[in-house]
Ligand binder design. Structure first.
Ligand SMILES: C[S@@+](CC[C@H](N)C(=O)[O-])C[C@H]1O[C@@H](n2cnc3c(N)ncnc32)[C@H](O)[C@@H]1O
Length: 256
């Protein structure tokens, strides 16, 4: 077998990484303090997907954001329809961050909420009250979802399956575990870094699966899901999330 710079024979696996030392403040400073154009587009598309599927259905669902980390916008996007939202996260630091956001989330998340509020479904309630009632941080691993009996009505997974390992096998398994816990018909949104070489948060380097492109993402999802919107965004000029070529957003529904 040939081995180039991105096909290491011994890829860094999820278990090899000191996730508890993930620095949420540094990560937010890099990514979410000021809303990037690419995130604005992601939030708009996810909003339209969820409201198109769920408009008028009320606040009855259970949601899950897998590998939530220090990003509230996926759970804010599910908020109008969710009685509870499980924020599944492996890192102790990130769990602490999420617990701290529950009573009253930080002001910079309002930029994302403003984009969501462009749709009527997000207007007639107080997002802070709903978030603090619904959000439940849970420390656990994406890979353990494959053995879980619980199923959720709606789900998100943003920059996780490909951003926690260098192994393509682990990436595929991670996507399958996310799909495993969605009920038949459940709407979901998932985002992936394309051809990422890894990323730095504070003083630490984190792994990514290099071989990720639209074809690989679709192949990992297709057996499980109807893919309603597969969209690639070139991340031109965004030097902070270094070493990748773009982002891929998939909005779909779990197959029956
Ligand atoms: C690149 S961050 C993405 C965070 C967030 N979803 C976002 O959109 O910015 C990857 C996240 O996955 C978490 N993580 C790493 N291994 C995990 C695992 N096995 N199960 C669940 N989460 C994990 C990390 O702690 C981190 O919060």
């Amino acid at each position: 077998m040939t081995s180039g710079p991105h096909t290491a024979e011994q890829p860094t696996l999820n278990k090899d990484v000191p996730w508890d030392s993930f620095d949420p403040g540094a990560y937010i400073g890099n990514n979410y303090l000021d809303m990037k154009t690419v995130d604005e587009e992601i939030v708009s598309r996810v909003r339209d997907h969820f409201s198109g599927r769920l408009r008028g259905s009320g606040r009855v669902l259970s949601g899950i954001d897998v590998g939530a980390g220090p990003n509230l916008y996926p759970s804010l996007a599910m908020l109008p329809w969710c009685r509870n939202i499980t924020l599944l996260e492996w890192s102790a630091n990130n769990i602490r961050y999420l617990e701290g956001q529950r009573p009253d989330y930080d002001g910079h998340w309002e930029q994302f909420w403003k984009v969501l509020r462009e749709d009527q479904e997000y207007r007639d309630f107080n997002s802070r009250d709903f978030f603090s009632e619904a959000a439940v941080p849970v420390q656990g691993s994406l890979f353990d979802l494959c053995r879980a009996d619980t199923r959720w009505d709606i789900g998100t997974m943003f920059f996780v399956a490909e951003s926690i390992t260098e192994s393509l096998d682990e990436f595929r398994r991670g996507v399958g575990c996310f799909m495993h816990v969605l009920k038949p018909g459940a709407p979901f949104a998932a985002a992936f870094m394309e051809h990422s070489e890894g990323y730095r948060v504070g003083d630490l380097e984190f792994p990514a699966t290099y071989d990720i492109d639209i074809a690989e993402v679709c192949a990992a999802l297709e057996g499980f899901a109807h893919l309603d919107d597969v969209h690639r965004m070139a991340d031109v000029g965004h030097l902070v999330r270094h070493g990748h070529t773009g982002m891929i957003l998939v909005c779909g529904r779990r197959k029956e």
